[in-house]
Design a protein around this ligand. Sequence first.
Ligand code: 5AD
Ligand code: SF4
Length: 476
Amino acid sequence: MSKTFDIVLERLTSGSGLPLDTGVGMQNASAELHAGLLGASRGTFFLETFGCQMNDHDSEKVAGVLLSRGYRQVESPESASLILYNTCSIREKAAQKVFSRLGEFGLHQNDGRIIGVLGCVAQQEGEEIFKRAPWVSLVCGSASYSKLPELLAQVEAGNQRVTGLDNDTDETFETPVTRRDNPWRAYLTIIEGCDKACSYCVVPYTRGPERSRASDSILREVRQLAELGYSEVQLLGQTVNSYKDPTARQMRFSDLLLAVADAPGIRRVRFTTSHPRDFTQDIVDAIDAQPKLCNHVHLPVQSGSTRVLQAMQRTYSREEYLEKIAMIRGAKRSISITTDIIVGFPGEAEEDLEETLSLLDAVRYDGVFAFKYSPRPHTPSLKMRDTIPEEEKSRRLAVLQEKQREIQTVKHSSLVGETFELLVGGKSRRENQWSGHTSCHRVINFASQEQALLGKYVQVSVTGGTPTGLVGEQTL
Ligand code: 5AD
Ligand code: SF4
C-alpha cells in the first residue's frame, strides 16, 4: 500500500504534491497536550516515520504507548532522550534512509540518549543493526509491537541490546492509547501482515502472516472515535479486503464496512489497500448501498502483462484483473480507481511494458503510483536476475508517467464545473486558500472567504484542472 511522498506519481494524484496531512497550516492534535494529561514526565521522545500509512498509524500507536508511560513528544531529535525511527524497507532507497539517519547519531553515541529502530528495516536486518550502528539499543519489528511496553521497560532499565523480532505472532497491535495525528481522519488497522506471496515483496517477511482484528473491537473503537469528533475513518491493511473476522460473528469485509458507516457521527469510510483476488461484488454493492462508503478503490495491478503477473505471483491474469475493474465500473455511482505499478521487474520485455501501457488506456485510472523494481532481501524474485539497467527502468517509468499524465489531463479538465463535497484538511499560508479531499480521494485546492474551515465539510465547484491537480471555489 502506498503513501504519498514516497511515490513518484503522487504529483499526478494529489493537487499540492504534498501529503495532505503535512500540508501547510494543518492543525495537529497536540501530542504535548496529551503528554501533560498522562502522568509524570519520564523523558522526551522523538519519533520519525518512513513509508506507508500502516507505518504512520503504527507510529501513532507507539506514540500512544510512550505518552501513557509518561514520556513527552518533542519535534527534534536534539531535544529528545529517546529517539525512534519507524522504518520502511519496501524499496532499497527507503531502507537506506534510516542508516543515513543513524549515521548522524554515530557522532553523539556517548551522550546517554537511547536510540531505537522499529518497523520493517528492524525486522529485515535484525541484530545486524547493532553491528552497523552500535549506539542503537532497541530493534523491534512491527509484528512484535504488542510487546513494546515490556521492551521499553528493558531499555529503561539500562539494557543495551533489546530486540523484538518474532514475526510468527498471532497478535495484532492494539493499545488503549493511540495519539492520532489528524483530528478528523482516523486510521484503524483491521488486518495486519500478509499471506500473499508476491515474489518482489518483503512485506510478508517483515510484517508476518495475516491477522485480522475482531469485528466487535473494531466497531467499539469506531464508536469511540466518532464520539471524539472524528468523522472519517480509514480502515487499513496490506490486503484490507482479505479481512476475516476471527469472532463467531464472521462478518464479511463488506458487512464490516457497512457496520462502520452506521456508527453515529461517521460521515466517511475509506479502506486501503485492496488485493484484486479478494475484491468481490459485495464490496461494490456495499458502496452502492451506503453513500458514506467513499467512492474510491485502490487496486494495485503491478503489471498489465499476464506473463509478468505470473512471475510476480500475483495470482490473477490481466483479463481477471480487468473483470474486477468492470465490476467496479458497473456500480451505480462512479467509483474512482487508483493503482500501483512496478516497471523493470526481472524479465520484463518491451512487449510487457506495452501491455501495461495499454492497460492504462483500458482502465483510465484516476491516479497511478509507479515504482522501479527494487530487489529486496528474503524475496523469491531475488533469485531472478535483476538484469534491466537502472537507466532503462527510469526510461520505462518516465514513459508510463507521461501516459498517465495525458490521461489525467483529460480527466481533470472534464471535471471543471462539477461540484464535490470536501473534508477540509489543509489551510494554505496564502489568504483564503484551503484544501480538502473529495469522497473519491481527489485533492482540491480552493478559495473561500470563510474562516475556521479545518475539519468541516464544504461544497466546492471545480474551476480548473491541471494534470497534477484541481482548483476550485467554495459554493454556498
Ligand atoms: N520494488 C518496487 N516496488 C515495490 N513495491 C513493493 N515491493 C516492491 C519492490 N521490491 C510496490 C508495489 C506495492 C507498493 C506499496 O510498493 O507496487 O503495491
Ligand atoms: Fe506485498 Fe503482495 Fe502482500 Fe501486497 S499483497 S503486501 S504486494 S506480498
